[in-house]
Design a protein around this ligand. Structure first.
Ligand code: NDP
Length: 490
């Protein structure tokens, strides 16, 4: 206990309980996991290293709560979610600071991207749920849409609040109950959500939070026979493992996985605008965004001009303390991840791509206190072969690959040549051409000439970018089973 008090005195956010069955209670294990500040490398928090026994307890609570929760009216459930959204909104600026400290997202972006949209989307769930026909007549049958049951919610660190709120919003609105296992790298905002769940007064067991590692707590949830569904965001390799384990108990899975999205710039595009928007997209959150447009496909004849424009844009980034409002590029979320991204950059150089800007060395001129942070220089390669490792593997850092193409046919072929299919973009001044290319991209989303994220549109991937869709009505459907009722009762 003394240690905890000392930690609190040092400003360390110590969480020594998990939230199960409506109560904050100790984990069955004694272990703890340190949480590090992305910009400093210093310990900023401590969470329980939960165990499989904790996962079992949480699943039992969620199972027990399911009948009552699913029997409530949707309006009732959504009312509690709206109260949760209102509570989170009141703490929005604290949440943004917390996520900036954990993940490294520049503070302005944290407010705009990490915190505001998921709260807004949760508040908007009432309208989405109201428009849902939870039952319909099909000939002689009454077709009912019913909640699938207990959902395990396993999330990553890049948009920690967004992922937790997006998944639990849809799950709880439909009448499912949840066990949340956030990433150990950025778990603190999930505790803030649990604090509010407790305050708002959700029935015990409807929402449970168990922290711990993926292999220990995550796998137990995925394998658990009383879990009906797993909703996961993270890497494709972990998604594969989850899919394999979930299949043993024939669970439903919704997987939001990696990407290597192509920004197809056609020869009649507004080049400057396409590059400006394309780079902003690729480098948002230091490239730690699954939909990042990390491959810029350009007509071979425009390469010199493109390289100049790309270099000029990268030189504008202000790399530094993410809590400083003038910083536009923060650190990566963890030391291991920084090392991985730097290895990718070294590999790009070894593969013979042209380094337009950046490199594997640490950035210079970082402010005092940031020396131990996980910074990587904004980096762009050009003349990258479409089958090079840096052009096909998800790097998940501030790294762009410019890939030349000869004609539209080849551009489409390159865009579709990776195992991923999450997002994409097309730039052209000819709407017919832009639409033609957009339709040929094998991806879950395509932006034409830049656009805004639509939270009511389906979000998810083709190919190995995932299974299922989130957001809006599509997100709700992931958590619903179909039942056909025929004949006459009595
Ligand atoms: P992971 O996919 O491994 O982690 C995501 C979540 O899954 C975490 O909560 C993790 O737990 C959990 N997990 C890990 N292994 C298992 C398992 N066997 N069973 C159940 N749950 C598990 O991502 P990493 O954090 O390791 O990042 C590695 C790479 O993944 C990145 O470099 C990036 O390329 C990619 N990535 C992609 C994302 C995307 O949105 N496309 C998001 C995040 C990462 P734990 O707390 O132990 O980490």
């Amino acid at each position: 206990v003394a240690l905890v008090d000392d930690d609190v005195d040092l400003g360390i956010d110590v969480r020594d309980r998990i939230y199960v069955n409506g109560r904050w209670q100790p984990s069955a294990g004694a272990g703890q996991i340190d949480v590090y500040g992305a910009a400093t490398g210093r310990v900023i928090g401590r969470i329980p290293a939960g165990t499989a026994a904790d996962a079992d307890l949480a699943v039992a609570a969620a199972r027990e709560a399911f009948d009552g929760w699913s029997a409530r009216s949707a309006a009732d459930r959504v009312g509690l979610l709206s109260a949760l959204a209102a509570g989170l909104d009141q703490r929005a600026s604290d949440l943004a600071r917390l996520i900036t400290t954990e993940v490294g997202t520049p503070i302005k972006l944290s407010e705009m991207l990490q915190v505001a949209p998921p709260i807004r989307n949760m508040a908007g769930l009432a309208a989405v749920v109201e428009s849902q026909p939870f039952s319909e007549r099909v000939g002689e049958s009454l077709v009912l849409r019913e909640p699938v049951g207990v959902a395990a919610v396993i999330t990553a660190w890049n948009y920690p609040l967004q992922q937790v709120l997006g998944k639990i919003g849809s799950a709880l609105a439909t009448g499912c109950t949840v066990v949340v296992k956030p990433s150990e790298i950025a778990p603190l905002s999930a505790f803030a959500v649990a604090d509010l769940v407790d305050e708002v007064g959700f029935p015990p067991g409807v929402f449970n939070l168990v922290t711990g590692t993926g292999p220990e707590v995550g796998e137990r949830l995925v394998a658990h026979p009383d879990v009906d569904m797993v909703t996961f965001t993270g890497s494709t390799s972990t998604g594969r493992r989850i899919g394999e384990i979930a299949a043993r108990t024939v669970k439903r899975t919704a997987l939001e996985l990696g990407g290597k999205s192509a920004n197809v710039i056609l020869d009649d595009a507004d080049l400057e605008q396409a590059i400006k928007v394309g780079i902003a997209n690729c480098f948002t959150n230091a490239g730690q965004t699954c939909t990042a447009l990390t491959r810029m496909l350009v007509p071979v004849g425009l390469l010199p001009e493109v390289e100049d424009l790309v270099r000029a844009r990268l030189e504008r980034y202000r790399v530094g303390d993410p809590l400083d409002r003038t910083t536009t590029l923060g650190p990566l979320a963890s030391a291991a991840h920084r090392d991985r991204v730097r290895d990718h950059i070294r590999r790009g150089i070894a593969e013979g791509a042209t380094l337009v800007s950046g490199g594997a060395e640490p950035p210079e001129g970082l402010p005092d206190g940031c020396a131990g942070g996980y910074f990587v220089r904004p980096t762009a390669f050009s003349r990258v072969r479409a089958d090079a490792a840096i052009a096909t593997e998800e790097i998940f850092g501030p790294v762009l690959s410019v890939i030349p193409y000869e004609n539209e046919e080849e551009a489409v072929a390159i865009a579709n040549s990776t195992i991923y299919g999450l997002a994409g973009a097309v730039w052209s001044n000819d709407p017919t051409r832009a639409n033609r290319v957009a339709r040929r991209l094998r991806t879950g989303a395509v932006d034409i000439n830049g656009s805004f994220f639509n939270p009511l549109a389906p979000f998810g991937g083709y190919k190995q970018s995932g299974v299922g869709r989130e957001m809006g009505t599509y997100g709700l459907h992931e958590f619903l089973e179909l039942k056909a009722v025929q004949g006459h009762a009595g």
